[in-house]
Design a protein around this ligand. Structure first.
Ligand code: NI
Length: 300
């Protein structure tokens, strides 16, 4: 009947708008405590929801699909959002560099505090700034693969993954003499088959994160600091980007405050070595529903 569809149309539109607002609000409005999707079995932390836009573009943030992929019990863990560690150990990670100007400034800050970090670098930036990468590795930081040019690994086939991974590994190895053992997929975008391929075909552990200050989006140092301090806990993997001046400017206060809280910085591989995957999930994990994976969410 006509009047029914006339009413139903706008009503449906309102529901869709409401749901869309709720979704983007929950993912992007950093100051509001985010109702986190619950991990399924093993990971006590929420999967990462959003990540960075590619360098120099204004592409909207993508949503990381089902990060973590907790394996069935007894199976090897293939990806990490955070680790279950005994003690105040954390890993801070910096993506999308190396930058010719900002990364050296960051390295000075880390050196002054005796902090080891992990850099997930783009192959194309490594070939542009090999000396910066060499310095980072020489000063004890871990270097991980972040693809060649920040393309989502879920969008290309096996040949595209091979190019992204192999060219970047080769550039890293040429610059610093070490082959990476970790990869952070651009946007945190992965799925079971990509994660499995990265592990089995390339010997790369997939590293996501549990602390995201959205520093690519909110270019405000005080915000970056407060978000990191608010969410970091034992075993956290912190996501940041050494290509934004606001992030670099946030680091002295952020690092000093984390040290003052008693946190100890280790590289991601060191954190994984301390991981106790058999621990039962924390209390809040089992009850909450798993996030819906509607086609509209996946398309972002
Ligand atoms: Ni990135």
């Amino acid at each position: 009947m006509k009047h029914n569809s006339w009413i139903l149309g706008p009503a449906l539109a309102l529901v869709v708008i409401g749901a869309t607002f709720k979704l983007s609000h929950a993912q992007n409005a950093a100051p509001v405590p985010t109702p986190v999707p619950a991990p399924k079995i093993e990971n006590p932390r929420p999967p990462a929801a959003t990540q960075l836009a590619p360098q120099g573009t204004s592409t909207p943030a993508m949503q990381a699909p089902a990060a973590g992929q907790p394996p069935a019990s007894g199976q090897k863990r293939l990806s990490y959002n955070a680790c279950n560690v005994e003690g105040p150990y954390i890993a801070i990670t910096f993506d999308d560099g190396p930058s010719a100007t900002l990364t050296p400034r960051l390295l000075d800050m880390l050196k002054a505090r005796g902090i080891k970090a992990t850099f997930f670098v783009l192959g194309q930036c490594v070939v542009a700034n090999p000396d910066v990468l060499k310095r980072a590795a020489a000063e004890g930081h871990e270097i991980g693969n972040h693809s060649w040019d920040h393309k989502a690994l879920t969008k290309g086939g096996p040949a595209a993954i091979a190019m992204e991974v192999n060219q970047t590994n080769a550039a890293i190895e040429q610059a610093c003499g070490k082959r990476p053992t970790l990869i952070r997929p651009p946007y945190g975008a992965t799925n079971t088959s990509v994660t499995k391929r990265l592990n089995e075909d390339y010997g790369l552990k997939v590293i996501l994160w549990d602390v995201d200050p959205l520093d690519w989006k909110v270019r405000n140092s005080a915000h970056v600091t407060s978000e990191i301090l608010k969410h970091t806990q034992d075993g956290s993997i912190i996501l940041a980007h050494d290509i934004h001046p606001s992030t670099i400017e946030a680091m002295p206060a952020t690092l000093d405050a984390l040290l003052k809280k008693g946190f100890k910085f280790v590289t991601v591989s060191e954190l994984i070595a301390m991981d106790r995957p058999q621990l039962p999930p924390k209390k809040e994990a089992p009850a909450a529903p798993t996030p819906a994976k509607s086609p509209s969410q996946k398309k972002h």
